[in-house]
Design a binder for this molecule. Sequence first.
Ligand code: GLN
Length: 466
Amino acid sequence: MSGAVVNGAVAIAAETGKRLRAAQPLNAVLDWSQELLDAEAGRIDAMPGGGMLTGMPLVLKDNIVTREQPTTCGSRILEGYYSPYNATVVERLRSAGALIAAKTNLDEFAMGSSTEHSAYGRVKHPMDGSRVPGGSSGGSAALVAAGVVPAALGSETGGSVRQPASFCGIVGIKPSYGRVSRYGLVAFGSSLDCISVFGRTVNDAARVLSVISGPDPLDATTVDRLPMRVPETLPDLSGLAIGLPAEYFPRDLHGGVAAGLRVTIERAREMGAQIREVSLPNSAYAVPTYYIIAPAEAAANLARYDGVRYGARRIGSEGDIRSLYRATRGQGFGPEVQRRILVGTYVLSAGYYDAYYRKAQQVRSLIADDFQRAFGSGIDLLLTPTTPTPAFKAGEKTADPVAMYLADVFVCPVNLAGLPALSIPVGRSEGLPVGAQLIAPAFEEERLLSAAAALERVIPAEDELR
Ligand code: GLN
């Protein structure tokens, strides 16, 4: 054993525990214990050699299954559920020496954009408790932003890492569909779900993503490519053509967000990037398309929570099986999850399937084709705002589901197209973080990260925008 690092992880575990306790008012954590942290630290300190993430404390969104800690998905229906196995990403992180510190709060089954739809209470924005951290991976985002951990895992079905990263002033990257194993990620919309990464810096996020990426025999949708490498930071952006899709810069864009994008475009130009306007006309239909496809897949995936196969069983008043299903699902699922199941069942039902589900699949192809066309015309990366506004107030959108859904306008087209994209902080508007989104062609995560690291170096994330 090398002298200098003996007990290094044990000391980090103690410090991380202290920070988790201090962050308690955020309500970002659903499960953690000092005992487990210390045991994990002991294991890491005893590992021969070092891993890529030795001693890095990390937290996991609570829809990623772990054997040693419960997995609730923010739902009453999974209260106290322990998975018999670890997700592939958990195995990979542990082998790389990461210290998994906590399971984090989320919108129930990852359905939401504010982390207000958790059965365990809302998560507070770390800079302003009256606001939301975004969602659905709000607990993970809040803990990275509060300085508790340098990186965290979340998941995206329709923007649930980039949107909270933008609200909280941190980095959030969603990889290409198929880049990271979904084995052990509780299914929401299987054709969209992607485990995704938050980091304080681009490099922290890149290191974690490189560890968890790569093919997995346990998930047939992973793509047989080498795991992603951590790219070099580009010295500048010369030779890169960056496209600005006109549809993502509406005239009524929030002033602070527009200012953040102006700064980003200016810096990119100064570093030698060629800036060009492009058009992605079908992105305008991404929100309605997503809110047909994602609920359809969710309705199918959530059928397993019936109180027999999965889910805390409740015996209904009649004592028969139908009444058991009704009681289990009626009491176990919150209102947003029930809404998704109803919408999903409706759009898949005979007579409506063609009008809604099939049409949504067709529009999904058109949305993806737009991206292909832009990248095919010599564009290397696309640059857009991540969110239409900075973090909104708690309660502001809970009464109006469509207003909540519209928080995803700029992020969910990418999920439908399966592309990699990230959000980096580019300044503050009235003290609240503003993010910019970069989008790359499929499996070009390294291009995305190296360009983002170059921009990160020249854009002060904490300055007030003008
Ligand atoms: N806000 C979107 C939804 O509610 C996205 C969720 C996600 O990416 N998990 O479906």
